[in-house]
Design a protein around this ligand. Sequence first.
Ligand code: NAD
Length: 281
Amino acid sequence: MGDGTGRLAGKVAVVTGGGNGLGRATAVRFAEEGAAVVVADLLDGPAEETVRMIEAAGGRATAVSVDVTSRVDNDLMARTAIDTYDGLHAVVTAAGVASGDYVSGDLELAEKAMKARAASSPARAVVDIDIDDWQTVLDVNLTGTLKSIQACVAAMLDHGCADGASIVTIASIGAKHPDAGAFAYGCSKAGVWYLTKKLARELVGEGIRVNSIGPGFIETNMTALMQFMPEETQEHIRRQIPMGRMGKPVEIANAALFLVSDEASYFTGEILHPDGGFFTE
Ligand SMILES: NC(=O)c1ccc[n+]([C@@H]2O[C@H](COP(=O)([O-])OP(=O)(O)OC[C@H]3O[C@@H](n4cnc5c(N)ncnc54)[C@H](O)[C@@H]3O)[C@@H](O)[C@H]2O)c1
């Protein structure tokens, strides 16, 4: 299929958030390299579209309807990999939200949320944090990541395919830098980064590597909402990227491909930042 060189031939991968953006690019890239991919997403249409893209290029993929906050859904996702493709070797947890009411691709909703945020001062915004919104972001981005990994590791252990497996979480530059994302979002991503290091140590005895990617600003539905930010905020973001451009989803997919491949065999508990130079300051 495509331009791949078979780096993931014989492997089975699960990609959460595989219906859009970074997850879709990763699913497509992994399939190009020979992996069979379970594409898991809350949104069925986009997940099925990713599968069509993979199949049209000659690859193998299955869509599963999954809310990552549900352990039952995550178990179904992991079982689909085992039952359909007889294994599970690579997991990328790309499902995520920017805010509690975020729906990938819904620009109308994004515009409303951005305008509300721009209307209040930073201190007022902290005082007025909606705790339900905060909780949803943590539930999806942080606890959802944990639940997906729990289900996948359980399936790997049961099926006897844990040794040599690789898990990649998607954090953000916002995991380390408070100027790159909304409040709850940054806290959730800092949690994802910590969780990655902790899991790396807990799972190393089973032969499972766990790493993270902390992308900078990448062109997806999530960053499309930046167009509704005040012009000075957009300019501030642009000034923080030495390369002078946003990243492409495939540039994150390539980092994920490296981390799940045997070429990264001595990496665990690490975070890579494909960010156009954001962290040079
Ligand atoms: N785009 C960027 O610049 C950027 C930067 C750093 C980190 N990230 C992270 O990368 C990941 C992917 O984001 P993206 O930019 O591709 O956004 P996106 O909106 O294009 O894709 C996110 C996908 O996650 C799915 N999703 C959301 N909630 C879910 C749930 N509860 N269960 C299952 N699926 C769910 C969405 O339906 C969507 O398909 C997110 O975790 C995001 O925080 C993105």
